[in-house]
Design a protein around this ligand. Structure first.
Ligand code: 5GP
Ligand code: MG
Length: 173
């Protein structure tokens, strides 16, 4: 395991991102929609720095990774979502990789009659992106490596690491 982003760097950058978000909403009430499970650590740290009236909602998205990954394989489980009609939504995910998850989630939220949707991701792997979507708020641009920690998993492990690390497992992605 190699450390890519330290806990201190993460916290410092989230301070900045939170300031940008608060500034862009200017006191407006928002609903943060977190994409489970990877979002949880980022979401927990971010919301405590957001000086805005906000509600929190969660949704699960799962896609098949590797060779089988196509736009059609994403499954959205939104039983946990409250009524979002007319709300300003900030969609939060751990990482934007191919962009499939974010693109589909934004499309799905728009069918629910929301007032607006913006997106925030902790990590963005620009090199891997295949779907056209530009996240509104980005923590870090990272190289094309499989990362774990700070919410991100490999086989559901490593989410509790306080840093972002590169896992040296050849079959990881
Ligand atoms: P996308 O739909 O943008 O291709 O992929 C987004 C999802 O794939 C993320 O929410 C995350 O669950 C997973 N993912 C993509 N890249 C990585 C990575 O480097 N590490 C981990 N742990 N998950 C990743
Ligand atoms: Mg995910």
């Amino acid at each position: 395991m190699r450390v890519l982003i330290t806990p201190e760097q993460i916290q410092q950058r989230i301070d900045e991102v939170a300031r940008d978000i608060a500034k862009s909403y200017q006191g407006q009430s928002i609903t943060i929609v977190g994409v489970l499970t990877g979002c949880i650590v980022f979401l927990a740290d971010l919301i405590r720095r957001l000086d805005l009236p906000l509600k929190i909602a969660l949704v699960q998205a799962s896609s098949y990774r590797g060779k089988a990954t196509t736009a059609g394989t994403l499954h959205i489980q939104d039983d946990l979502l409250p009524e979002l009609k007319g709300r300003h939504i900030l969609l939060i995910d751990d990482i934007l990789d191919t962009g499939t998850t974010m693109k589909h989630m934004v499309g799905h939220l728009q069918t629910l009659g929301v007032a607006s949707v913006r997106t925030a991701v902790l990590l963005h792997k620009r090199e891997r992106q295949q779907v056209a979507i530009e996240p509104d708020f980005v923590g870090f641009n990272i190289p094309n490596e499989f990362v774990v920690g700070y919410g991100l998993d490999y086989d559901d492990e490593y989410r509790n690491l306080p840093y972002i690390g590169i896992l040296d497992a050849p079959d990881a992605s």
